[in-house]
Design a protein around this ligand. Structure first.
Ligand code: ZN
Length: 130
């Protein structure tokens, strides 16, 4: 079963919590025990899991990524968004979650984040449940 989560980012770089949308997609599928693959079909975005309880954690991660990989630099790519491509490679574009009793296994403090690195844009995350 495949579904799509549509996302509208509002900033140039931003972490968007999609935990609820993923849980809904899993709950709406007949699979109670299995795997949920999440895939981001973009070259300037990513996906990651990290703390969702304290929103300052995602801001610290984003701030550090932006410091580590500045928007302007000695880049060759003519489009001018090399920083976004590099950040996408660092966080990756896919995740795999274990489904148990119709829900994704996540640690108490974990949330799933779509990572925007070249927004604002319309984006999507492909969800495949097996
Ligand atoms: Zn580019």
């Amino acid at each position: 079963m495949k579904s799509i989560i549509n996302i509208k980012s509002r900033s140039r770089t931003e972490f968007i919590d999609i935990t609820e949308e993923v849980a809904k997609a899993i709950a709406g599928s007949p699979v109670k025990d299995g795997l949920c693959s999440l895939f981001v079909p973009h070259t300037t975005a990513g996906i990651t899991i990290n703390e969702g309880a304290d929103p300052s954690v995602k801001e610290d991660i984003l701030k550090s990524l932006n410091k580590l990989i500045p928007f302007q630099g000695d880049y060759q790519h003519q489009e001018g968004n090399s920083a976004a491509h590099i950040k996408s490679t660092l966080t990756g574009v896919s995740l795999s979650l274990i489904i148990e009793e119709g829900r994704p296994i996540l640690g108490t403090w974990q949330s799933i984040y779509f990572c925007e690195y070249d927004g604002p844009r319309h984006r999507k995350v492909i969800v495949k449940i097996t």
